[in-house]
Design a protein around this ligand. Sequence first.
Ligand code: AMP
Ligand code: ZN
Length: 113
Amino acid sequence: MNAACLFCRIVAKQIPAAIVYEDDKVLAFNDINPQAPVHILVIPKAHVAGVDALEDYAILPDIFRVIKQLAAEQKIDKTGYRAVVNQGRDSGQAVPHLHFHLLGGRLLHWPPG
Ligand code: AMP
Ligand code: ZN
């Protein structure tokens, strides 16, 4: 828990979020500023600043299991979806707690720009 970190505070339930999945290691909640009909953030509960700071790679299978499960629940598994991470300045990463964006429900353009 990093008390200065927005997503750690969501994990600690100090800040409300529309939580769609939770277990002991992973939390998922709706993005507050959705960029697609489905826009969910999937995060490790333990604070990791981003991909560049990742050391516990064992969290990744859990995160992708949740992404797959949520895609099926949201009924975007057949139409397709995008799971992406922003890392650092040039990506536009705004929150320094590792998060995977799960986006779907519309045609997603590539490259994202
Ligand atoms: P990134 O640019 O990859 O760091 O993405 C950060 C994401 O967090 C953005 O899509 C924001 O809309 C989202 N966000 C910021 N604050 C909140 C919040 N309190 N609850 C849910 N999503 C948030
Ligand atoms: Zn954090």
